[in-house]
Structures are given as C-alpha cells and as structure tokens.
Design a protein around this ligand. Structure first.
Ligand code: FAD
Length: 321
C-alpha cells in the first residue's frame, strides 16, 4: 500500500538538524513507494527546503511567518494543522526532539489519532508498518502497529540512518500562508545556557563523565578528548549534582536520552538511571577504577584504570590519526 507521508523538518540556528534527514528516510519506508512531502515552518526557511529534497523528499511545503521565528506550541500547531488539512497525508513523521515531544501529542489529540513516539526502527512486515520503540527505560523493546488509518510517529535521533545526499534530485517547493492568530504565548527572548559546540542529542561521539571526574577542571580533560573526536561532553547526574557541570549535560532517565555511535563513560558507576539514557549507544567504552562497576556490564570495551591517566593517553593517540 502506498502512502502520502508528511515529514516535518527541524532547524536550529539557520541549519537543518540531522533528525530532519532521518525523518525523511523513515518517511520513505512508511510511504512504500508513495509521496514524501517535507515540511518546514519558520520565519525564513526557504533556503533550507532544497536540502530536504536532496535527502529524499519528493517536494517541500514551507510556511514562513514571523510568528514562527521562535518555537511556540500554539503557533507551530496552528501552522502544522493547516498543512495537514491541505495535504491530508496518510502518515506524519517528526523527530523525537524537545520540539517533537511537545508538538506531537497536541496534534495527535487535535486529529483524534494515535501516536507512536520515540521510534528506533521501522519495518514492513506482513502488510503492516511495524514500529519498534524502547520501553522500561531501554530495558526492553516493543513493536507496534497502527489499527487506525492515519500513522503518526516521532523518531529517536541517531537511530534511523538518513539516505545518501543526492544533489541532482529536484522537487517543487510550495508556500502556504495560513492565518496564525490569537497566540496565547510568545517567546520574548531565548537565553542560551550551553556554549556552542556539538549538540549532545545528535552527537556521534559522546565522552561522558561521572563523579569520578572529581571537579569542573576534570571535565576539561574529557572536553579535550571530545574535541579530538569531534564529539560532545555529557555527564551523569552524580557529576551534575556535585556541581562539576551543567544539568544540560545530564544523560539518563531524568536527563537526555542519547544513542551515539561511540559513548565513552569515564568515572561513571553505571546506575540503572544512567543506563536508561545511554545503553542503546552503538559502541560503549567504560573507563573505571573499579573492576566491579556496573557500567562494565553494558560496555563493549572496558578499561580498568584511572581516567586521568587513560583519557589523556587516548587523546594523544587519537590526535595522531
Ligand atoms: P558514582 O555512582 O559515585 O560513581 C562514580 C564512579 O567513578 C565509581 O564507579 C568509581 O569507581 C569511579 N571512579 C572514581 N574515581 C575514578 C578515577 N580516577 N578513574 C576512573 N574511575 C573512577 N543518574 C544519571 O546519571 N542520570 C539520570 O538521569 C538519573 N536520574 C535519576 C532519577 C532518580 C529518580 C534517581 C533516584 C536517581 C537518578 N540518577 C540519575 C542517579 C543515579 O542513581 C546515580 O546516583 C548516578 O548516576 C551516579 O553517578 P556517578 O556514576 O557519576 O557516580
């Protein structure tokens, strides 16, 4: 069965986030040969539209409005609902990001449809589109199908590979101008807490530190390794609670859920609440002084040793590559 799939792209500071391309790839699978329509909402998004086509969208709809310059549930849901009404897609896909987590339940409620969130893989089995998602903080996976006609999913970043970029692909870019009105909230200002650098939730490599890092200065040692690997620094709640780093870096049940290609856990014991945020990483390396540390149970490679000796050695070796 072919489907028309609407895929919402996401941008940050003038660039499309990788999850947009992964969502297009997810949309292609769901479409089963049908049409994949990219969607961009923002104040000026036209320059980004072609990229969605290069990564697999058949055409792109854009809604440009100054009220969409900064995300608000109100404005984005009005714009998205207008596009859904116009396009009447069989399926809707967006990233399981802060934006997607906020927007998708509201849209699902408005459409009176189901929502499968945090999808990590999609297969076509026996005529059904089967969605896999983690449950119980990543300790198990469930497979779900829609019994409703409309499919609506959010996909976890870094899990569904995007399609190769093809700059020869072409497609229509059409503009829609729905009326966005009676907003109950507007964003006056965004005060950024974290510095520039690789976005933790999209990083391919994460060097994470725990209480074993012992100080804010200790985190500089991890930052140097992350810089050499083009990755981001993350942390356990133990390290955040101790004031070694900002809570925006916290990974785990009450922090960010990440699935990088490489996760290097330094001085982290591996409490269940931490594992909930990183155990689905593709390769896990643990560095810990305690050979009995729980983190070694989920690690692909374990180094029993002092992180302040091991991490600088790794940094030096990776610099040579
Ligand atoms: P510790 O458990 O103290 O471990 C430090 C480790 O460092 C030890 O294994 C030690 O052997 C090692 N070490 C010490 N020095 C060195 C050295 N020089 N070299 C190498 N290794 C060294 N935690 C999270 O991380 N994320 C969450 O989202 C989260 N949510 C929670 C939610 C709830 C409701 C609760 C109750 C707890 C939550 N926690 C969370 C806390 C969690 O239970 C642990 O307390 C926390 O993860 C421990 O952090 P840690 O591993 O850094 O510290």
């Amino acid at each position: 069965m072919t489907r028309k799939v609407l895929v919402m792209g996401e941008w940050k500071e003038g660039s499309l986030r990788n999850v947009s391309f992964e969502a297009i790839s997810a949309g292609k699978t769901i479409a089963e040969g049908g049409e994949v329509v990219g969607l961009l909402l923002g104040e000026t998004v036209k320059p980004l539209a072609e990229s969605l086509i290069h990564f697999g969208a058949d055409r792109v709809v854009i809604v440009e409005d100054e009220q969409l310059a900064k995300y608000t549930t109100d404005a984005f849901s009005q714009a998205l609902m207008a596009v859904i009404e116009k396009e009447n897609p069989d399926a809707i896909v967006m990233g399981h990001t802060a934006l997607g987590k906020d927007l998708s339940p509201k849209i699902a409620a408005k459409l009176d449809t189901g929502l499968i969130s945090d999808v990590t893989s999609i297969e076509i089995e026996g005529g059904n589109v089967v969605f896999t998602r983690p449950i119980y903080s990543g300790k198990a996976f469930e497979k779900k199908i829609f019994t409703d006609e409309k499919i609506f999913v959010t996909i976890r970043p870094n899990n569904i590979p995007s399609l190769p970029k093809d700059e020869t692909r072409t497609g229509d870019i059409t503009s829609l101008s729905p009326e966005i009105k009676d907003l109950r909230t507007v964003v006056k200002e965004v005060v950024r807490k974290t510095s520039d650098g690789v976005d933790l939730s999209e990083a391919k490599v994460i060097v994470a530190g725990g209480r074993g890092v012992k100080s804010e200065e200790g985190f500089q040692v991890l930052q140097q390794l992350a810089d050499v690997l083009g990755g981001a620094v993350g942390a356990s709640r133990g390290a955040c609670d101790a004031g070694y780093c900002d809570y925006s870096l916290q990974i785990g049940q009450t922090g960010k859920v990440v699935t990088p290609d490489l996760y290097i856990a330094c001085g982290i014991s591996g409490a269940i609440q931490h594992l909930a945020g990183m155990s689905n990483s593709k390769v896990i390396v643990a560095i810990n002084k305690d050979p009995e540390a729980n983190i070694f149970k989920v690690a692909d490679y374990g180094i029993v040793g002092d992180l302040f000796e091991v991490v600088p050695l790794l940094t030096e070796e990776f610099k040579k590559l």
